[in-house]
Every structure is written in structure tokens, then in C-alpha cells.
Design a protein. Structure first.
Length: 398
């Protein structure tokens, strides 16, 4: 049965797709490619906007066109992006490349997770999702850890080298995607009418589930905090006087911490239960952002580690909550709606952080972001009380 090969293939492909050797020095890589820090923040904002605009339509493609075909389209976008940033410079080229990447992310954001869950469900193993998802986080983050060390070293040799070396890894991931097996037969034909009807059905299901809506609002704030912190990390390290030569080692440690918390997420969630798990995510995000905003030389790296620590836990736990409240037939689309909320916040807050970093400083920008996220979490607390949200009441879907 070819379906049994999906899980190991997902592990391998996931590792390869994170073979982006420029990630540990992302902000510095853009600056070296004739893009200012303010322009970098603006590009990341437009990146999120491109995902935001296409998130739901492409999520529906995952359900109607098939998850495998949608992932192939996604990974072809990544190859184009890497080629452009590897061999060209300047704001406009990098903006175009990142928008193309946004198309790729919108195609895969809900689809890749849906492929994993539906593969397990077809094998009657969906109760193992947290464990398998956690293991996947371990595999990809360990791969990323080594990529990060090598990437920073490559950057020290030549600023463009990390992107050039990334290209064959992304290409191999694209090729291996052909060997995935579609878990369920596609029952609907892809037409404009069916596409529109499917999106309306998915939005109706989203509106109906208080748990999924709560997670969407939670993602609005956590996604911005985590994404901005990770993306700005190399610029943050430079501001707290950490030499570029050891950024790769520090990124390695960060990725290993994310791998560890991904692995332990299943066990910790069982011990903490749903409510305390959500509270832990919010606490670590706010604490990490605030302590980073103090911009303490050298030791500020320890505060930054709170972000990758909670990122691994959050990625596994939140995904598991949502999967149990959405049906297979609309899984990719509803997950895309969920991711859309995160990208709205990134689109709004990333350029703001870039602007504040320019007009004031990076520490001030992080303090404002901390305040925004904290207020958001307080409002979310009252929302959950009003709606009496209970995660433990799983809604059964087929």
C-alpha cells in the first residue's frame, strides 16, 4: 500500500523544504542584497498580504484539486523564489520573489497539515496526530539546526552562497512530492462554481465552531509575535552585540530547542490539559517579546530562546485542537482560514515594527508589539469566557 510511505516521505520532504541556508541570517541576507531593514519589514508585510489574499482560495484547491497536486504547485513556487533571491539583488526583485513565495505558502499552509492528518485518518491512526506531528517537528528542526550552522558559515564566505546552496534541496523536495499518495478520492470536480460553493461551505463550518474561531483569534497574535521575532532574529542579535560568526551556532541551539518542545508537546499537553496549555503559550510569547525588547547585550539571546521554545509546542498543540473540529472534506480550506488570521496580523504588524525600528529603535518596536499582543490576549480571555469554550469536547467528523 503506497499510503504507508506518506509519513516517511512527509518527514523527508519537510526537512528538505527547510533547507533554506539563508534563514539564520535572513534580515542580514536581505540587507546584503541591497534591501534596507525597513524595506525588509515591508517585503515581509507584502509576503503576508499575498498569503492572506490567496489563503482561502488555495486552501479550497487542496480539497478540490487534491492535496498532492496542490503541494506540487506550492513547491514549484518555492523554487522560483530561491532562484530569484540567489542570483538577483534589490527591493523589487526581492518583493516579487517573496510574493511568489507567498503563493507557495498559501498553497501549502493548510494542505500539508491536512495531508498528514488525512493519511493517519485513512489508516485509522488519527489519535497519533500529536505524536507524529511532534516527531515531524523534531526531524525538521534538527535538519534546520544543521542548515543554520552551515548557512551562517556560507554567508560569511559570500552573502549569496546560502541561497545558491538552498536551490538543490528545494528542488529535491519538489521531486519527492510526486511520490506522495492522495489519502482520499476527490469527490468534487474543480470548477469556478464548485470552488466558490466549497469556500462558502467551509466558511459556514468555520463560523459554526467556537473552538476553531478561538484558535483563529489566538493565531492572530501568536503568529505575529513568533514570526516577527524569528524573522528579525539576526538583526536582533547584531543589536545585542552578538558576532555574525556565531549566529549559526545560536540558530542551531534555537532550532534544537524547538525540536525538543515539538517532541514533548504531546506529553506536556496531557499533563497541563487544554486550558493551561493555551495559557502557557500566551505567557511565553508575551514574556519572550518583553524581555527581548530590553535589548540586553549578549544575555538577550537567552530571552530570545523563549520564542523558539514555545513555537514548537504551539505548532503541535494548536494544530491538533483544530483537526478534531473540522471535516476531511473541508480540512485544507478551514486550515487556510485559520492561517489567514495569522497572516493578517503579520501584514499589519511587521511593517509597523520595521517603521518603529527605523524611527526609534528595535527595542521600542518590540515593546509596542508586546503591548499589542498582551491586550489581544486579555480580550481573548474575555471572549473565551463569554463563549464558554471547551476544547475537550471533540466534534466528530468524517
Amino acid at each position: 500500500m503506497k499510503l504507508k510511505n506518506n509519513i516517511p516521505l512527509i518527514y523527508i520532504i519537510g526537512s528538505l523544504m527547510w533547507g533554506r541556508f539563508f534563514i539564520p541570517v535572513l534580515a542580514l541576507f536581505y540587507i546584503a542584497s541591497q534591501v534596507t531593514l525597513e524595506q525588509f519589514a515591508l517585503i515581509m508585510g507584502f509576503f503576508s498580504l499575498s498569503i492572506l489574499v490567496l489563503e482561502i482560495p488555495t486552501g479550497a484547491l487542496g480539497d478540490l484539486l487534491g492535496k498532492k497536486n496542490t503541494l506540487l504547485l506550492s513547491r514549484s513556487m518555492y523554487m522560483i523564489e530561491i532562484f530569484l533571491i540567489a542570483f538577483f539583488n534589490g527591493f523589487w526583485i526581492f518583493l516579487i520573489a517573496k510574493i511568489i513565495s507567498g503563493i507557495g505558502v498559501s498553497l501549502s499552509s493548510g494542505t500539508s497539515s491536512a495531508m498528514l492528518f488525512d493519511t493517519l485518518k485513512k489508516q485509522k491512526r488519527e489519535n497519533q496526530y500529536k505524536k507524529i506531528s511532534g516527531n515531524m517537528g523534531v526531524v525538521t528542526n534538527i535538519s534546520m539546526a544543521f542548515v543554520f550552522i552551515i548557512g551562517a558559515f556560507l554567508f560569511s564566505i559570500s552573502p549569496k552562497l546560502p541561497a545558491i546552496v538552498s536551490l538543490p534541496f528545494i528542488t529535491l523536495g519538489f521531486i519527492l512530492t510526486f511520490f506522495l499518495e492522495e489519502p482520499y478520492k476527490i469527490n468534487k470536480k474543480l470548477t469556478l462554481k464548485s470552488h466558490w460553493a466549497h469556500m462558502k461551505e467551509s466558511l459556514a463550518l468555520f463560523k459554526k465552531s467556537e473552538v476553531v474561531k478561538y484558535v483563529a483569534f489566538l493565531s492572530f497574535f501568536t503568529s505575529a509575535a513568533i514570526s516577527i521575532s524569528l524573522s528579525m532574529s539576526s538583526a536582533y542579535f547584531e543589536k545585542i552585540l552578538i558576532p555574525i560568526s556565531i549566529i549559526g551556532v545560536l540558530a542551531f541551539i534555537s532550532s534544537m530547542i524547538t525540536a525538543f518542545t515539538s517532541k514533548k508537546a504531546d506529553k506536556w499537553e496531557i499533563d497541563l490539559k487544554e486550558k493551561k496549555s493555551i495559557s502557557a503559550i500566551q505567557l511565553f510569547v508575551v514574556l519572550g517579546l518583553f524581555l527581548m525588547s530590553l535589548m540586553i547585550p549578549y544575555f538577550g539571546y537567552l530571552f530570545y530562546l523563549l520564542i523558539p521554545f514555545i513555537a514548537g509546542f504551539e505548532g503541535v498543540i494548536i494544530g491538533n485542537y483544530v483537526h478534531h473540529h473540522i471535516p476531511t472534506s473541508h480540512r485544507a480550506t478551514i486550515l487556510s482560514v485559520l492561517h489567514m488570521f495569522g497572516n493578517i496580523s503579520i501584514f499589519l504588524f511587521f511593517p509597523l515594527v520595521g517603521y518603529l525600528a527605523k524611527t526609534h529603535d528595535l527595542g521600542f518596536a518590540f515593546r509596542i508589539l508586546t503591548l499589542i499582543v498582551l491586550v489581544g490576549f486579555i480580550l481573548l480571555y474575555f471572549y473565551s469566557k463569554d463563549k464558554k469554550i471547551k476544547f475537550s469536547k471533540k466534534q466528530k467528523f468524517t
